[in-house]
Design a protein around this ligand. Structure first.
Ligand code: GDP
Length: 429
């Protein structure tokens, strides 16, 4: 019997945009299967291959390596039209996709009415969440409300029509409640999305059994998360979160394997912190420095182009992420972005309004906007790192910074990324 394969989860440890796409692309070279386990087209993973930049929204970042099987698990909400736009665009750029992409039969479809409901929710919310407006939240609501339409339904036209009609009727009632009418072309838009159903069925698989077989055959599997720990529906800064569980335990549920199938969990952390959308960011920078770091790091959303707010490295959050994800290792990205800064701050704890100090990430989201981070000041290295490929060649102060991140996060740093290119990576240990 072949030796059991290895299953690794890659998870974001901040508010998303940590550079997971780049890390998955690097790790994918040595795996056979890459599977996305949650989220939808709200994700935007940017991967650079030499002079080509690819922004992947739904298809796993492993797709840019020849021959790797790429799966979308049951935990994903699949926007069928955007999925095929992405699929065809990759094919047009010369990526061979035949037989490489699989979609879970259990995945829920994101249909046009979800976008309508998303817009309605964002327009009428007392407190804005700052979603991407792509219908992700309403699609997960339909899933939890047992009104969802799944890939498996596409194989039975009668049942499909019935389930879609129910979902549209529910949408109509929701809109009526806020005195709105469904857009006149909603039926036609839904029909257009579903006209791709047969094509999608051609890619359908049951990801759990497929991944289990791959592992039994000794193959290596990578489970790719979207967004980040602080956006997890349960563990993030609720309600300023995404509508799915982003954390590592959800990887098992989101593709259909047991938690014991997972061998390693790599947490991706940016060498500083960013946040897009609404909600507290404890280590937020003052405007001049915020602008500077945004420019240095190119911190604009890959999906929406929105500017990301920037902050110092927050080890209270990354320590929490290490705990909730059970991290076995960390990949630090964008170290090079800090190359020119003379001084860096690292948050080690939070001071609460009553003067007490905590090293724990509070469950009360509103407390987060009232506290003051306790900073430790570290000298910058003020030398370029983007050409460095070995840990020992990094400037001493950059190594000290990484050592401190490792110590405070309480998980070993295994990779350091110093640029967008595949080659710009420092493996450690
Ligand atoms: P993801 O959603 O977590 O994959 O992150 P995004 O793709 O939204 O954002 C990460 C951005 O940082 C992308 O534009 C990457 O090309 C870029 N990036 C990733 N790693 C590095 C790095 O080490 N250095 C620099 N300068 N950019 C990086």
């Amino acid at each position: 019997m072949p030796e059991q394969g290895r299953c690794t989860v890659v998870v974001g440890c901040q508010w998303g945009d940590e550079g997971k796409g780049k890390i998955v692309d690097v790790l994918a070279e040595n795996v056979d299967v890459v599977a996305r386990y949650q989220g939808g087209a709200n994700a935007g993973h940017t991967v650079t291959v030499t002079d080509d930049e690819f922004i992947l929204h739904q298809i796993p970042s492993g797709i840019l390596h020849d021959g790797k099987r790429c799966l979308l698990g049951n935990g994903v909400v699949l926007d069928i039209q955007r999925f095929f736009e992405e699929y065809d665009a990759l094919r047009a750029r010369g990526i061979e996709l035949e037989g490489r992409v699989g979609v879970s039969l259990r995945a829920h479809l994101l249909l046009p009415h979800h976008r309508v409901l998303d817009q309605m929710a964002e327009d009428s919310a007392a407190e804005k969440i700052g979603t991407t407006g792509r219908g992700i939240g309403p699609a997960y609501e339909d899933k939890a409300g047992r009104r969802g339409v799944r890939v498996a339904d596409l194989g039975n036209p009668e049942r499909l029509a019935k389930r879609v009609a129910e979902a549209l009727e529910h949408t109509r009632r929701r809109l009526e409640h806020v005195r709105r009418a469904p857009p006149p072309d909603l039926q036609a838009a839904t029909a257009a999305a579903l006209s791709l159903g047969e094509r999608l069925l051609g890619l359908a698989t049951d990801t759990g059994p497929e991944i289990t077989r791959a592992l039994q055959d000794g193959r290596r599997v990578l489970l790719e998360g979207a967004q980040g720990t602080a956006l997890d529906l349960d563990h993030g800064t609720y309600p300023f979160v995404t509508s799915s569980n982003t954390t590592a335990a959800a990887a098992a549920t989101g593709v259909g394997v047991g938690p014991t199938a997972i061998d390693a969990v790599v947490g991706v952390v940016k060498a500083y912190t960013t946040r897009v959308g609404e909600g507290p960011l404890p280590t937020a920078l003052e405007p001049v420095m915020d602008e500077k770091l945004r420019r240095l790091g190119g911190e604009f959303g890959a999906t929406t182009g929105r500017p990301r707010r920037c902050g110092w490295f927050d080890s209270v959050l990354t320590r929490f992420a290490a705990q909730v994800n059970g991290l076995t290792g960390v990949a630090v990205t964008k170290l090079d972005v800090l190359d020119t800064l003379p001084e860096l701050q690292v948050a080690t704890a939070y001071r609460l309004p009553d003067g007490s100090v905590t090293e724990s990430f509070p469950a009360d989201t509103w407390a987060l906007s009232k506290l003051e981070p306790v900073y430790e000041c570290m000298p910058g290295w003020e030398e370029p790192t983007s050409g460095v490929r070995r840990l020992e060649d990094l400037p001493k102060r950059a190594r000290a910074y990484l050592d401190r991140i490792e110590e405070l996060t309480a998980a070993p740093v295994e990779w350091v990324s110093v640029g967008t290119q595949r080659s710009q990576i420092i493996p450690i240990g």
